[in-house]
Design a protein. Structure first.
Length: 604
């Protein structure tokens, strides 16, 4: 017999949990549970009642104070925050806590005063900025309308990247501001670097300890859930799927200043699924030539066996430097560790000031050359380094249109800095050292903040430059395959029409069959004056505003500091001029679109 949420007093989650547990109980366990519930929730005996011998039953668990409701708010850009929140919500519910989770832009700031226990998981975007879906709440807390939060308890988990100067700044800001508004810090903030799983789990355990013991959950339920998780073949950052490269070719024409690779990867047998707007995570390898130069500079033996951590076996130093630790990015924590270990006075002086000017464009080899010779061993140096973070690339294909495949659009990054050439770790690996038939370790990174409209009749406006066109290829493939009837308008920009019009024949085909309604292109190096996508937006202001007023979704993908910033300003100008609003009112209009999920950005 199954319990259903529709004809019982239980929620869907509770009914599902009971249906998992009850069939696994023995007859003796069911009798025990029946006696426990009877004893725990029986009406109190009145003073006039005839005393009866107490039945032999397990002692009821001691009652505890009523549990405060937990509100979990998520500020996330790439989806890491949402994934953690979903996991943590389930763990809290498994311990019988009352918890509700919301993306920050779906939570009304006025409700903050009614919150009891507040948990915040937030990333930081770029140089200290809140992610898009956290902006409204962030600005409210720092406005004159910010509420008195006396009586609210809170804790913050901050996600970030220590290679940026303002590491975890959004989490720091939330943590400080909530305290300023009178809220009580339930558990100290934890700041996580790119390898965030372990510190995040530690934060949750600390929060649970401070929340106090919750009602016990039957052990059988936890065992059943654990068994289900163990049986599921889930591939993730910790356990990537090795996908075979089917195709790898350059999209740019001869004579282009760029090299943009189109990769097709085989996912057959992985069970991995994705939606348009999601990203594929690649776990890259460092350039072996750079590794060899570092080993030579330090005078190490490449065959020396070292152990990165307790969970890893001993492996040759050269292998570890190639595929396990980060050597191309310098962070302040690394410089601090190196200064302490090396005793170099110049390095200590550098760490005492602002380190960004030095770390920009330099790597571990630079550090060794500038502040060597190193006195630390290979194992001690490796222990200072963080693990190579995966690279996330917007998926350029629809799974509906390409079963068991995933396509990527990767621009090879090459530049010179501080007297020698530099290469993007993953992009140049894919461009130069990965051939069809070889395999790459991959996982799916869901991105709930960049999704097609639920209604197939809704129009879309897609704005991107360079590799920012990738998710729109996925969008158009999906809309074609599902026969969505909504209009689609693409704005695309790059350098030259002849060499840099990525996927040109596909866009033209979609224009011919009507899948793509309009396409405006801007090739900045083809004319006497540079023209970018924002200029095309301004040129189409009247029609663009008509689409927006008609309910169209707006998407922006590409460089955050330049393209996305200029596009936002152009959209503000279009809305202000076409509607008669002031710039401030136009900004508020865009903010409302963002909260309605009609203005979505995947910028980096």
């Amino acid at each position: 017999m199954n319990i259903h949420a529709t004809n019982s007093p239980f929620t869907e989650d509770q009914a599902s949990l009971l249906n998992q547990v009850l069939p696994s109980l023995s007859e003796q366990q069911r009798i025990w549970l029946s006696g426990y519930l009877t004893a725990a929730f029986a009406p109190a005996v009145t003073a006039t009642a005839e005393p009866q011998p107490a039945p032999e039953a397990p002692a009821a668990a001691p009652t505890s104070a009523p549990k405060r409701a937990i509100t979990l708010l998520i500020g996330s850009h790439t989806g890491n925050g949402q994934a953690l929140a979903a996991e943590f919500k389930q763990k809290l519910q498994n311990k019988a806590f009352d918890v509700q989770a919301y993306d920050m832009d779906q939570f009304k700031p006025k409700q903050l005063k009614q919150v009891e226990d507040l948990l915040i998981i937030t990333s930081t975007h770029g140089e200290g900025d809140p992610p898009d879906n956290a902006l409204t709440l962030y600005e409210h807390l720092y406005s004159k309308k910010a509420p008195d939060l006396t009586g609210v308890r809170f804790s913050v988990l901050a996600l970030g990247d220590s290679s940026y100067e303002f590491f975890c700044q959004t989490g720091i800001d939330f943590d400080n501001r909530l305290a300023e508004l009178g809220a009580e810090r339930l558990h100290d903030r934890v700041d996580c670097d790119v390898d965030f799983e372990a510190p995040a789990a530690s934060w949750l355990n600390g929060v649970i300890d401070k929340l106090g013991a919750a009602s016990p959950v039957p052990a059988a339920a936890e065992e059943t859930a654990a068994a289900a998780v163990a049986e599921a073949p889930v591939y993730s950052k910790k356990n990537p799927f090795w996908a075979e490269v089917v195709e790898n070719f350059n999209l740019n024409g001869r004579g282009s200043n760029k090299e943009t690779r189109h990769l097709v990867l085989d996912l057959e047998g992985s069970g991995l699924t994705y939606e348009p707007g999601d990203a594929l995570g690649l776990i890259p390898q460092n350039d072996p030539l750079l590794v060899d130069n570092i080993i030579a500079e330090a005078g190490w033996d490449p065959a020396t066996y070292i152990q990165v951590d307790e969970e890893s076996p001993e492996r040759p130093l050269r292998d570890v430097l190639i595929d396990t630790v980060e050597i191309t990015v310098l962070t302040k924590p690394l410089l601090q560790k190196a200064a302490e270990a090396s005793g170099n006075p110049g390095l200590k002086e550098l760490v005492g000031g602002r380190v960004k000017a030095y770390t920009e464009g330099r790597d571990l080899l630079d550090l060794m050359k500038d502040y060597g010779p190193w006195q630390t061993s290979a194992a001690e140096t490796v222990a200072m380094l963080r693990k190579i973070p995966p690279r996330l690339y917007s998926i350029a294909s629809s799974l509906t249109a390409n079963p068991d495949e995933v396509h990527l659009t990767i621009g090879a990054l090459r530049y010179s800095a501080h007297g020698r050439p530099r290469n993007g770790v993953c992009s140049v690996q894919c461009a130069e050292r990965v051939q069809p038939g070889e395999k790459l370790p991959v996982f799916i990174q869901q991105n709930p903040n960049f999704k097609l409209p639920d209604d197939p009749e809704t129009a879309t406006i897609m704005i991107g430059a360079g590799t920012g066109i990738a998710p729109y290829r996925s969008f158009l493939e999906e809309r074609e395959e599902t026969e969505a009837t909504g209009d689609n308008w693409v704005f695309f920009g790059d350098q030259h029409f002849l060499t840099d019009f990525l996927y040109q024949t596909e866009w033209q085909s979609w224009l011919q069959d009507g899948t793509l309604t309009h396409m405006d292109v801007a090739f900045s190096r083809d004319g006497t004056e540079k023209t970018y996508v924002q200029h095309k937006l301004l040129a189409q202001a009247e029609a663009l505003y008509r689409w927006i007023e008609g309910g169209a979704y707006i998407y922006v993908c590409g460089d955050k500091n330049y393209m996305a910033k200029d596009v936002h300003e152009a959209l503000t100008t279009v809305i202000a001029e076409q509607s008669g609003r002031s710039n401030e009112e136009a900004e508020a209009y865009l903010s409302d679109l963002r909260q309605e999920k009609r203005y979505q950005r995947d910028v980096y």
